[in-house]
Design a protein around this ligand. Sequence first.
Ligand SMILES: *[C@@H]1O[C@H](CO)[C@@H](O)[C@H](O)[C@H]1NC(C)=O
Ligand SMILES: *[C@@H]1O[C@H](CO)[C@@H](O)[C@H](O)[C@H]1NC(C)=O
Ligand SMILES: *[C@@H]1O[C@H](CO)[C@@H](O)[C@H](O)[C@H]1NC(C)=O
Ligand SMILES: *[C@@H]1O[C@H](CO)[C@@H](O)[C@H](O)[C@H]1NC(C)=O
Ligand SMILES: *[C@@H]1O[C@H](CO)[C@@H](O)[C@H](O)[C@H]1NC(C)=O
Ligand SMILES: *[C@@H]1O[C@H](CO)[C@@H](O)[C@H](O)[C@H]1NC(C)=O
Ligand SMILES: *[C@@H]1O[C@H](CO)[C@@H](O)[C@H](O)[C@H]1NC(C)=O
Ligand SMILES: *[C@@H]1O[C@H](CO)[C@@H](O)[C@H](O)[C@H]1NC(C)=O
Length: 386
Amino acid sequence: MQVSVALLVLSSILLGVVASPLNVIRASNSTSTIAPKVFIISMFTPEANIWYNIPDFNLLAQNITVSGFSPLFPDAHCTQDGSICQAVTGEAEINAAVTITSLVYSSKFDLNQTYFLIAGIAGINPKLATIGSVTFARYAVQVALQHEIDAREIPSDFPTGYFPQGAEAPGQYPGSIYGTEVFEVNDDLRQLAFNFAQNAKLNDTAAAQAYRANYANDSEFAQGAEPPSVVLCDTVTSDNYWAGTLLGEAFENTTTVFTNGTGVYCSTQQEDNATLESLMRGAISGLVDFSRIIIMRTASDFERPFSGQTAIEGLLASQGGHAPAVTNIYTAGIEVAGVKPSNYIGDIFGSLGGQPDFGPGSEFGGQRAPSARRSMKINALRRLNW
Ligand SMILES: *[C@@H]1O[C@H](CO)[C@@H](O)[C@H](O)[C@H]1NC(C)=O
Ligand SMILES: *[C@@H]1O[C@H](CO)[C@@H](O)[C@H](O)[C@H]1NC(C)=O
Ligand SMILES: *[C@@H]1O[C@H](CO)[C@@H](O)[C@H](O)[C@H]1NC(C)=O
Ligand SMILES: *[C@@H]1O[C@H](CO)[C@@H](O)[C@H](O)[C@H]1NC(C)=O
Ligand SMILES: *[C@@H]1O[C@H](CO)[C@@H](O)[C@H](O)[C@H]1NC(C)=O
Ligand SMILES: *[C@@H]1O[C@H](CO)[C@@H](O)[C@H](O)[C@H]1NC(C)=O
Ligand SMILES: *[C@@H]1O[C@H](CO)[C@@H](O)[C@H](O)[C@H]1NC(C)=O
Ligand SMILES: *[C@@H]1O[C@H](CO)[C@@H](O)[C@H](O)[C@H]1NC(C)=O
């Protein structure tokens, strides 16, 4: 109950930064439709499991089968009150797109006011962060949506075999645009999430510490050798799980070109542009608010080797980052998804649930008043003069 109160408060705060006049109040008119405050998007089992058996809320209180979800992960999971839900997409772009599209168009959910927290592990650029770090992205760039020539056949003046479609060489702007090359999400919301996540005490392990120490000799990788932290930097998507200095640099360059110089190539993963395209289609259909998306990726492995190590050695090495990265999805994510107030929040009647620390006590036996959710939203919007 405290958590749902906190979510209402978080949402109210978030309403302040989601400066969209589209956020009007809609009376919930269906008892069968779940209208979550937060939808956590996990990609595979370790990312999903970190949210179960936690003290904060129980996502396994409701299992809701959604047509079109992955056969490996057929159910959405929700708290009893439906305020927090989770979908597990399955890995890589096709699974992410199909699952999120199925979710968006499912009649079982009303997602119009829902915040989406993409919360997964990722590769990491040692120029910007280290294993175990938590990143929040503004841009998601689909870097492998390009022409590719095998490295053994590239022209002698090409620094990489990848170059944009409709272009003639690396570094040129694509002549042919498919529409999913770059997505940009709400930066004000990202800053809020970043601030909340700073409250987390990030997990680290001896194995991760030992491995990252290898990056200390190269000044370019100073951040890679530092302890884990919360970082604002962008994410790149590709079905192809690449590794190595040259592909890292090639996709850094791609990120620069695709974002007109603003994107910061940092975390690497296999789903986010697909998830974002599905949410984009949902937004176009009026089903999803695209200003309510947070992309949080925690770093499980370096995408390029340290000096003296080969690309294949780096890719195959046991880097020790998986465990802290998975743990930190929860450690940082809970600060964003379920900010727990340390004090009572609400009115003298206890309308939002819980026991007031003033007045005669809850009118509702500590439970939430029936229409509290709606009046809270109205009050928040009134404060904003909407
Ligand atoms: C979602 O909210 C927007 C803005 O109020 C509205 O235009 C749209 O019709 C809503 N969509 C649904 C499915 O209710
Ligand atoms: C709720 O549904 C009923 C029946 O479908 C409809 O008549 C009514 O207008 C709806 N109310 C709102 C607030 O959407
Ligand atoms: C939901 O599914 C999980 C297993 O995925 C199970 O542990 C849990 O008991 C289920 N919840 C309900 C309410 O059936
Ligand atoms: C992928 O997402 C990033 C960041 O939102 C965006 O910059 C990029 O255009 C997207 N790419 C595609 C192909 O949608
Ligand atoms: C980090 O998380 C692991 C579980 O993945 C746990 O065993 C360990 O105690 C945690 N370490 C710290 C410093 O919190
Ligand atoms: C880093 O430098 C130290 C001292 O110069 C050297 O002993 C160590 O082997 C180097 N580590 C790597 C990974 O190159
Ligand atoms: C990246 O771009 C820089 C600047 O244009 C260029 O010097 C370098 O060769 C490129 N690297 C790769 C791997 O494409
Ligand atoms: C991005 O770069 C391309 C290629 O130079 C250019 O055509 C386009 O106008 C730029 N867009 C912005 C918003 O600067």
